[in-house]
Design a protein around this ligand. Structure first.
Ligand code: F6P
Length: 475
């Protein structure tokens, strides 16, 4: 295999191997914001992508899909359980999302995490050209930067953390807290979503490892300097803007509204079915507004798209039960033969259908209890070239640092959220337009291309600095 100048390492490949209902095996775009954000950049570089194909025990040779060179890393069924469902999604995920669900700490999960991280690191170290660049992504692979550095001291290493990094008081619970920090510090540049995440990380490094830090630089015992900074991620706005202009998609938006009995307003929620997203809180607020007669199902129907996620992790199984019970009750109490209260869709949809839903939605509800960024909020804004629609946004999302002209909510405050929903439903057109114009300016200017360019520029700068120091030391 030809070595690649630029190697992305992420838990998932951009495509997943899945079995359809008819038993056919197909490739499908992987879930989540990470893949959506990185894919466009990968089309512009001579690179390779190291990741898991989404199925157990799949030994696949490297292949090219949609112009991107893919290097699959196999995971056994037991590793999926211990490394992916266990340590990644039942230890780190809840701990880093402010322990909304209690994190589980198991030594055998950690052992599998170390083993699998090493496998990813070895794959990247084999794939990258001399003096090339490796860009590691997200919480599933926090040990990979240090491992790649040990294997390939000649390469430049970046790491981007797509989810929050918690305050030290919470982070300190992790039995392997020092190993994880050392793993991340193998990178030349560590990127976070928000300034607060970067500050939390720096504080943890100071307290736990006692390394000197100056502004955004961590001074390492081996003489390296690690650059730590916020790089808020975004979306490729072009496909959203183009789809939103298409007559067939606009017609589909009208059809969606008609299919719901032409309610005066449509509220929309779009999430992976995850306890961090505040889905229960938003359903509760909407249900109480109906109970109290402040709105009716003819006034406002609520579409909740909840795409299936991590379905074998206990916390997700419980969440699904709770959400579906709550929706069943609200619909039972308030549906009429012509109108439904909550149209619940436990499915993923193609982008065309998502854009039609965004166009149909008068109010977009993003009420996460904690979210690294939330790209759905940005997708909604990108589609609304008509300057209509209102974004209700939780203050606990990374997006809320950037998107100011929203109706801001604390999702734990149900009364506050009810009032916010009513404000959004009643917002005059002119005010909608004033706010949406400013939101669109921000999202269109700070798109995913700007994000990857600024990260890669920081990485280039770090590499130049490293070479300079290296030459001075050996002069
Ligand atoms: O963007 C956050 C993230 O956790 C990604 O790392 C991940 O790929 C995506 O959401 C979807 O989660 P999963 O890969 O567990 O289905």
């Amino acid at each position: 295999m030809v070595a690649a100048e630029f190697v992305v390492v992420a838990n998932r490949l951009p495509v997943d191997r899945v079995v359809t209902a008819d038993g056919e095996e197909i490739w499908r775009t992987s879930p989540g914001g990470l893949v959506a954000a990185l894919e466009p950049m990968m089309h512009t570089v001579d690179g390779a992508w190291v990741g898991w194909a989404g199925m157990p025990d799949l030994e696949l040779a490297p292949f090219t899909a949609d112009g991107i060179r893919l290097l699959p890393v196999p995971l056994s069924a037991s590793e999926i359980q211990l490394y992916y469902e266990g340590f990644s999604n039942d230890t780190i995920w809840p701990l880093y999302h402010d322990v909304i669900a209690p994190p589980q700490f198991h030594r055998e999960w950690w052992d599998a995490y170390v083993t699998v991280n090493l496998r990813f690191a070895e794959a990247a170290a084999t794939a990258v050209a001399k003096g090339g660049t490796v860009w590691v992504h997200d919480y599933q692979l926090q040990l990979v930067p240090e491992m790649v550095r040990n294997l390939r001291p000649d390469v430049t290493i970046g790491y981007f953390h797509h989810i929050p990094f918690p305050a030290h008081s919470l982070y300190a619970q992790l039995p392997w807290r020092d190993q994880v920090l050392r793993g991340l510090l193998g990178a030349d540049v560590i990127g976070f979503q928000r300034t607060q995440d970067a500050a939390n990380f720096i504080a943890a490094v100071k307290r736990r490892l006692g390394y000197e830090t100056k502004a955004a630089l961590v001074a390492m015992p081996d003489g390296r300097h690690v650059h730590v900074k916020a790089f808020p991620i975004s979306i490729d706005t072009t496909p959203y803007r183009e789809l939103a202009r298409r007559p067939d998609i606009r017609a589909r938006a009208a059809e969606i509204r008609a299919g719901l009995g032409n309610p005066k307003r449509i509220l929309l929620g779009v999430d992976r079915l995850d306890y961090t997203k505040g889905i229960r809180h938003r359903i509760k607020a909407y249900g109480e507004l109906l109970d109290q007669g402040r709105i009716s199902v003819e006034d406002a129907t609520f579409i909740q798209v909840a795409s299936p996620s991590r379905e074998r992790v206990d916390a997700y199984v419980h969440l699904r039960d709770e959400v579906e019970l709550a929706i069943g009750r609200i619909n039972g109490d308030h549906d009429t033969l012509g109108h439904t209260a909550i149209r619940y869709l436990h499915q993923g949809f193609p982008r065309e259908e998502m854009v039609a839903m965004y166009l149909a939605a008068d109010v977009m509800l993003v009420t996460a209890l904690r979210d690294g960024m939330n790209l759905v909020a940005k997708e909604y804004v990108a589609t609304r070239a008509d300057n209509r629609g209102v974004l209700v946004l939780s203050e606990f999302t990374g997006a809320s640092d950037e998107l100011k002209q929203v109706v801001r909510v604390n999702p734990h405050d149900i009364e506050g959220m009810k009032d916010a929903i009513v404000v959004a439903l009643e917002m005059p057109r002119e005010e909608q337009a004033r706010r949406m114009r400013s939101l669109r300016k921000r999202v269109l200017e700070h798109d995913v291309d700007a994000w990857s360019r600024s990260f890669l520029k920081a990485l280039e700068h770090a590499a130049a600095h490293r070479h300079h120091t290296h030459e001075q030391e050996h002069a």
